[in-house]
Design a protein around this ligand. Sequence first.
Ligand SMILES: [Zn+2]
Length: 121
Amino acid sequence: MSAKQEFVDNAKSGKVLAHKCTKCGELHLATVYFCKKCGNKGFENAVLEGKGSVATYTIITVPPAGFEKYTPYAWVVLKLDDSDLRISGFMAGIATPADLPVGTKAKITGFDDRGIIIEKQ
Ligand SMILES: [Zn+2]
């Protein structure tokens, strides 16, 4: 199974697959070859709960091709509760900033052609 597929499968069950440095414990979202904190080359998988709060977001009213049917939506950056990791994904039905105050609790609920799907908790 590819690393990408493994990440997608975890997202579908509301989890985030991260790579944890075996030396200092720093978490990395992407596949990296060196720990960005200590330079170590060893990693182990860490599966995190895909729950957190909205750190920032962009409301999309003029969507890229193929996304017209989804508007309005927001591209959300979710800060996970259990770590400093930030993960970005799709949240449906967001038309104005009043719909989504920063700090709103949200969670990962799936993964499809839109990418990671995030919904309010
Ligand atoms: Zn490290």
